[in-house]
Design a protein around this ligand. Structure first.
Ligand code: COS
Length: 384
């Protein structure tokens, strides 16, 4: 649902200008220094990028899902590391509080997340629990008005920057089912919370992940998300439904950027006496990429509109993430191929994008987990 097309156009134009004039020129610097420069972060705050999906009542822009994916298409036009910095505040870091938090929890955290003063992270994955998220073993045991957390969370995006963590932990260790899991908001600086060293990754330099370690970390009972035990896994799954749709939109934007770079290269590069874009084998790669991007964009928009209509989009979000992330990988591969030898050296952005986009098929649920979610829902629906 687009509430006001003119307002949305103003926003996407402003973000598009920011991408072209400030983010693209700084891509190499971010990759070299592994950091997003402070003036860019300040501009992101000014544009409202940290609060895109946070309700207006809490200082955010309150975008609908359709509006949010339109913004993600535009932000995808540059290195994913920039989007990652604002990604958790709009997605997995804040959505638990928005969907299931108490009024006090919303009032305490959402305004600072919307302004970018505070960064939020989502701590579900553990060393022994990735795709099988419900098998997590971090515990949160009630003691004297507090919960005491013990366990390790792994590959937590924006953990080095985060001021708060949404942490999924087992409040009933005897219950090994998803119903034994609860969610907590844990503030940075809480005694017993420590961070591991920043992970060295294949790509997306400038976006950071690390372990989050809890050792007898005492959290006030008021930090139990929504004030309810046993619903933390459901919260995490609902958060991921939305997150997967957002990532699918980012995949569309990044694929468009890679294809634009490949087309520009193919039109400029001459072999056998003419631009390589004139050769049909190159044209096939360009055309297949354009077609698959169009299909992905259409899926994402349809799923976003359905979500705005209040429909359950677990299946459609998984379909979109599966198709768009795999599409993005294929487009990256073809774009490198079109660049030839130039695609393998780091003077051209495509070498970096090729590594950056590999993550899309893995995080917020691997392609195999999306397949499993889709097929299980099909079987459930068929059984009625
Ligand atoms: N929305 C709301 N509730 C949901 C849900 C959704 N999308 N998906 C599952 N649930 C609920 C189920 O209804 C069930 O509730 P009840 O116990 O009340 O019946 C509960 O959650 C458990 O669901 P399920 O039985 O499907 O859990 P499984 O352990 O079998 O599998 C998968 C769940 C595999 C889909 C899940 O673990 C998953 O998504 N894994 C990937 C994790 C991931 O994406 N990690 C990325 C890192 S975080 S960036």
């Amino acid at each position: 649902m687009i509430r006001d097309p003119d307002t949305l156009a103003l926003l996407t134009e402003a973000i598009g200008r920011f991408v072209r004039e400030q983010l693209i020129p700084n891509e190499s610097l971010v990759a070299e220094t592994d950091a997003v420069p402070e003036p860019i972060i300040a501009e992101m705050k000014k544009l409202g990028l940290f609060g895109l999906s946070i309700p207006e009542g809490y200082g955010g822009l309150g975008l609908t899902m359709e509006e949010e994916v339109e913004v993600a298409f535009v932000l995808g036009g540059t290195s994913p590391a920039f989007r990652s910095l604002i990604g958790t505040n709009n997605g997995i870091g804040s959505q638990g509080i928005i969907l299931d938090g108490t009024a006090e929890q919303k009032a305490r955290y959402l305004p600072r997340l919307a302004s970018g003063e505070l960064v939020a992270a989502f701590a579900l994955t553990e060393p022994g629990s990735g795709s099988d998220a419900a098998s997590l073993s971090t515990t949160a045991l009630p003691r004297e008005g507090h919960y005491v957390l013990n366990g390790t969370k792994r590959y937590i995006t924006n953990a080095p920057e985060a001021g708060i963590f949404t942490v999924m932990a087992r409040t009933d260790p005897a219950d090994k089912s998803p119903r034994g899991i609860s969610a907590f908001i844990v503030e940075r600086g809480t005694p017993g919370l420590a961070l591991g060293r920043v992970d060295r990754k294949m790509g997306q330099r400038g976006a950071h992940t690390c372990d989050v370690i809890f050792e007898d970390c005492r959290v006030p009972a008021t930090q139990l998300l929504g004030g309810r035990e046993g619903v933390g896994f459901r919260t995490a799954m609902k958060v991921l439904d939305k997150g997967r749709l957002h990532i699918a939109a980012v995949c569309v934007g990044v694929a468009e950027r890679m294809l634009a770079d490949a087309l520009a290269y193919a039109m400029a590069r001459k072999q056998f006496g003419q631009p390589i874009a004139e050769f049909q084998l190159i044209q096939a790669m360009l055309a297949d990429s354009r077609t698959e991007i169009y299909a992905s964009r259409s899926m994402v928009l349809d799923a976003a509109r359905r979500r705005d209509d209040g429909k359950d989009v677990t299946t459609e979000a998984a379909c979109s993430k599966l198709f768009a992330s795999e599409m993005c990988g294929r487009v990256a591969d073809r774009a490198v191929q079109i660049h030839g030898g130039a695609g393998y050296v780091s003077d051209y952005a495509i070498e970096r994008f090729y590594r950056d986009v590999r993550l899309f098929r893995i995080y917020e649920g691997t392609s195999q987990i999306q397949q499993l979610v889709i097929a299980r829902n099909m079987i459930r629906e068929a059984k009625g």
